[in-house]
Ligand binder design. Structure first.
Ligand code: ZN
Ligand code: ZN
Length: 291
């Protein structure tokens, strides 16, 4: 027990120092300044080449989403996630230790070239995320949390990171064991993470981009706007579940782009009554259960 207490304290202390360092010392391998830079770059593109020309530069919920961005990228880790996940990982390893298992590497990939290791990790992680995203739509209790992301009514880059912190827990838990089996402790995940952030920003941006034939591989704004459509095809729980890659939706028949959809209504039934502030939105699924 004492060991777990120390892990919790180290996690807070370590993450706080990490965050201060990130902000104070910009560098090319720095998440904080990459997030700021990517956001400004995509915002500038939106201002120069808007898809919906009458959408205000500071669209509806611009500042709310800006706050979500930093909360979900950094603050949630500081407040809780880092400590919880470090304890969970340690407890999980202790649990495996009970059976004499010390590592979960099932696939010998450490001799592969580094780019191939990353490519494998990226594709596997993205496929897991696609499946988790489907579950967020399919399972009613999870949908209550995912509604926060779908309460976006006007799309812009920052809508990308408007989501309930519970999603971080659900996604990361679902990824942990499969990635631990092939992930061989690969921590230098930086490029993959930045790439996914850039594509995610663009998916939500007020930009008319499809990447030409690459649209069958990469998710894009025209595909993702239909994911946010208020009206879904009859009998479906959702369409275009892809995060970074679009290929899974084409392979599994969930791709749906009936037309460009520039001005389609976004949200879900009853979105007008959905809470409008950060605090009300993150507590909404919890309050909803108790009533
Ligand atoms: Zn969704
Ligand atoms: Zn989205």
């Amino acid at each position: 027990m004492e060991k777990y207490g120390k892990i919790i304290i180290d996690a807070y202390y370590g993450y706080f120092n990490y965050l201060v360092d990130e902000i104070m010392y910009p560098s090319w391998t720095n998440y904080f300044w990459w997030l700021v830079g990517l956001s400004l770059a995509v915002w500038l593109l939106e201002l120069l080449f808007p898809w919906r020309k009458d959408q205000p530069a500071l669209r509806k919920d611009f500042w709310l989403d800006g706050f979500y961005m930093f909360f979900n990228f950094f603050l949630f880790s500081l407040i809780a996630y880092n400590a919880i996940s470090n304890v969970a990982v340690e407890a999980f390893n202790d649990f495996l230790g009970l059976f004499g298992i010390t590592n979960l590497v099932a696939l010998e990939v450490s001799s592969w070239p580094r780019w191939a290791q990353f490519a494998l990790l990226f594709v596997v992680a993205d496929f897991i995320q696609w499946n988790v995203h489907r579950l967020l739509h399919r399972v009613p209790a999870l949908w209550e949390f995912h509604k926060v992301h779908h309460s976006v009514e006007q799309m812009g880059f920052a809508a990308h990171l408007r989501f309930h912190w519970m999603e971080t827990i659900v996604y990361k838990s679902a990824q942990y064991i499969p990635l631990a089996m092939i992930g061989f402790g690969l921590t230098d995940f930086f490029l993959v993470h930045i790439f996914a952030t850039a594509i995610g920003h663009l998916n939500h941006a007020n930009l008319r981009i499809t990447y030409g034939p690459l649209k069958y591989l990469l998710n894009n704004p025209i595909m993702h706007i239909w994911h946010h459509a208020k009206t879904l095809p009859k009998g479906s729980y959702g369409v275009n579940y892809g995060l970074t890659l679009s290929i899974w939706d084409y392979l599994f028949g969930t791709a749906y782009i009936p037309h460009e959809g520039r001005d389609i209504p976004l949200g879900f039934d009853g979105v007008e009554k959905f809470p409008k502030t950060f605090w009300e939105q993150v507590t909404y699924p919890l309050r909803k259960k108790s009533t």
